[in-house]
Design a protein around this ligand. Sequence first.
Ligand SMILES: [Fe+2]
Length: 366
Amino acid sequence: MTLSRDLKFEDFMTNVFERRPELLKGGCRSEYTWDDLNRCLFGWDPSDGRVRLFDKVMVPFEAYTELVDDLGTQRFRLLKEELYRRLDNGATLILNRLDLKCPQVAEIAAQISGLIGERTVSNGYACFGGGGAFGHHWDTHDVFAVQLIGRKRWKLYEPTVALPLPHQRSADRKHECPQVPIQDVVLEPGDILYVPRGWWHSTETAAKEESFHIAVGVHTLKMRDYATWLCETVMGEHISARRSLKWENNEFEDADFVKAFEREMFSAKNLADFKQAAAENVRQETCFSIHRSQSIGRGASLSINSPYRQAASGGLFVANGTKVAIDPVSARTLKRALDGELGNLEPREERFLKGLLARDLVRLIN
Ligand SMILES: [Fe+2]
């Protein structure tokens, strides 16, 4: 699966992100089939809690799994008969964190992540006709809905709580959902619908019509995360932040603290350090490539395995939760690999790139 080259980071972040929904018609090229999904389900241990069935309410785990004895080891397995029966009758199969099971899904999620420079997590939704799965609701993270098989209708409504945080749920505010949708679209394979967090939406699949889509959820760092990080790091240098809070008059009088906090907030160095700390915390899974662990071919093209755009600078390369020292020659090799201009590799260069690949700092693009 590949994202359309028409999608441009700057345009999207300036005009669309967190502002309005956007239908990206034919936004990705996909040949995803039910057999791809069947292969992911094969061997999936449902006791990890990520295979769910929604049939008006969440179906209890015991209803579609059984505990079996497998040569002396106990394990859960999905009950195909019950799974198929429920799906036939309009239930939705939810596959949480499908990006950890399915390389194609991991790849499209990584490409979306790379496009917007934020981390993503992907869930899959399969159904074979019937009503909408979850009714009207909003999500507390932005979503790229990527239709992979069949069709699904989406209705979108204006938000009533702009940019909600994870604790601001739609469940007890359903009466606020506007009556008239501002967008009513049917997604077809390859279409991508961007839904900013807080926008009400509902979905439906026509009777007996199949649909499989993934929701690539975007998990951004918020202003409040930056403020918390500042308080936990650099603010400790200021005596105004170390003073005890005065309770007596219920009045906040310490202007020194406010000034210091404002200075730290606007510091470009702090923002860069915060970004680096975020990059050190990210963990993205990539597909294995054991057959290429011995050599990297000259045609290989690599990509940084991190949503945060960190160039190798100051002798340091940070990606996917790992920090490595990098000399100027290696930095040039890495740049050539990222630009897809590897050419012939010296043994030293190949060793260096293989090391990055094995440590998941970069990923191979096919
Ligand atoms: Fe949703």
